[in-house]
Design a protein around this ligand. Structure first.
Ligand code: DUC
Ligand code: ZN
Ligand code: ZN
Length: 474
């Protein structure tokens, strides 16, 4: 078993920063030493990584990815292999992807299909949530079974996408009641899909077919309304755990903040695209280029009555937003996004960001929006606790997995298709972003998977993580 010592770095956790040397024995963190103790105690190692002047943080955990998702008549372009290698390049050591059940399909079969896609193909560890696109008696039985036996303890429902993944309020209530009984978390895509479909048809009838209309036909008020409805339903279900995914809108955040103030088991995440991008800089680009940024919920306008970005950053500081994930769901322009030329509603929804989340959120530290500790908390520690992986994941402490990132704050990262870009997409939604800071070295369960600007890991190294219940429930 390899003994790895990471020396002279500053270990960052949600509760502060300390100068520690970190010893990893095999796959597990064995000890943290105060300065001088390694020499004083004669500690030896096979591999030493010098982290002088650098931060040593728990590996990033992205709890919202869609590798290979069948969507919009095509499949998300990252496989578990390409997507997890790109994740490793970005300082991510665990993803939680979404297994899929569509209306009419069987939940257990959906999960089995996802295991087949991922097994032996991942470069880093992975877990699964379960999408439920058809809530019926069988699906509810499966919800219990997966939670109690399979380490799949969170279930995504959709208030959007009628005819594809959509659940009505009765189905949502039943799923929440069952989830509440077993302690599972309902993850909600909160947009009013029925109303959105009307607005989309009206826009198309007016000849508004360009990518920018994807945003105006999904107004933030309809995200706020759906979020509120989901919160009320979870309350009626007996304070069932509810986690609002990929939040983009101030109105939605207000409802989450109110529910949390009232003591409900309500949590939320946002994604870098909602913190950094506006319609004007992305979807509204001339011609069809805006298709690169078609995702749902949509990127919001800088001229909206609400200041969504400022509010989301504030939510991250106040913990009304607990987590930053990516909703990584990449589609190439060629043959994929192009399906929507002349009709924005046919553009496959999704962006690729799994490689850049740690980098992009670190810019929030540089800009003074969040602290260094909050960066670690929202990108690693809270994801681990929210989705039942702590204390194996999300912390640098004896007994935890040796999932560690050495972060260099003194150099820069240039993102772009000809710069840093390892995801399987023919463009970058983050083209030209220059980041202060850089992923220096990444270890997954004690194995170096990225170092010296080289991927050193192995497809198949990643293991399935059987998860427990959320650790934030009251
Ligand atoms: N939103 C996206 O943008 N893509 C996949 C599914 C989703 O909810
Ligand atoms: Zn969604
Ligand atoms: Zn998603």
């Amino acid at each position: 078993m390899t003994r790895t010592l990471i020396t002279n770095g500053t270990v960052v956790s949600p509760s502060g920063r300390n100068d520690y040397d970190v010893l990893i024995d095999g796959e597990t963190i064995a000890a943290l030493y105060a300065p001088g103790q390694v020499a004083a105690q004669g500690v030896t190692a096979d591999v030493t990584i010098d982290a002088t002047g650098k931060y040593v943080i728990p590996g990033g955990i992205d709890v919202h990815t869609h590798m290979e998702l069948p969507f919009g008549g095509t499949n998300a372009s990252d496989t578990f292999e390409t997507g997890t290698i790109a994740a490793a390049w970005g300082g991510v050591t665990t993803i939680v992807d979404f297994a899929v059940q569509r209306t009419g399909e069987n939940v257990i079969d959906g999960l089995a299909a996802w295991h087949e896609k991922a097994d032996g193909n991942c470069a880093i560890d992975y877990g699964f949530h379960q999408i439920m696109g058809g809530v019926d008696d069988d699906a509810l039985k499966a919800l219990r079974y997966l939670t109690e036996n399979e380490g799949v303890t969170s279930f995504k429902l959709f208030m959007a996408y009628p005819g594809v993944f959509y659940s009505d309020d009765g189905q949502i209530l039943r799923a929440m009641q069952t989830a509440g009984e077993v302690g599972a978390t309902i993850m909600m895509h909160a947009e009013n899909g029925m109303a959105i479909d009307v607005l989309v048809q009206q826009a198309l009838a007016r000849g508004e077919t360009d990518p920018k209309y994807h945003s105006s036909t999904r107004p933030s008020a309809l995200e706020g309304e759906a979020t509120h409805r989901a919160i009320v339903l979870s309350q009626v279900a007996g304070n069932a755990p509810l986690y609002i995914v990929h939040m983009s809108a101030s109105e939605a955040l207000e409802h989450v903040a109110a529910a949390r103030d009232a003591g409900q088991n309500v949590f939320a995440e946002t994604c870098p695209q909602y913190l950094y991008l506006t319609v004007e800089e992305t979807l509204a680009k001339p011609g069809f280029e805006g298709a690169k940024w078609v995702c749902s919920p949509p990127i919001r306008s800088a001229h909206d009555t609400h200041h969504h970005q400022a509010d989301l950053w504030k939510g991250l500081r106040t913990n009304d937003l607990a987590i930053v994930s990516t909703d990584h769901c990449p589609f190439c322009m060629k043959d994929q996004k192009e399906l929507g030329i002349g009709d924005f509603s046919k553009i496959p929804n999704g962006m690729g960001t799994v490689e850049h989340r740690m980098e992009l959120l670190y810019q929030g530290v540089v800009a003074g929006e969040i602290t260094l500790e909050r960066w670690v908390e929202t990108c690693s520690t809270t994801p681990a606790r929210m989705f039942g992986m702590y204390p194996k994941k999300g912390i640098i402490a004896p007994g935890a997995d040796g999932d560690v990132v050495v972060w260099d704050p003194h150099t820069q990262t240039k993102i772009g298709i000809n710069d840093k870009h390892h995801m399987n997409i023919d463009h970058s939604s983050w083209e030209g972003f220059v980041i202060d800071g850089k992923v220096d070295t990444v270890l997954s369960r004690g194995t170096v998977v990225m170092q010296d600007d080289t991927f050193k890991g192995r497809t198949g190294h990643g293991q399935f993580v059987k998860r427990g219940l959320s650790q934030y429930l009251v």
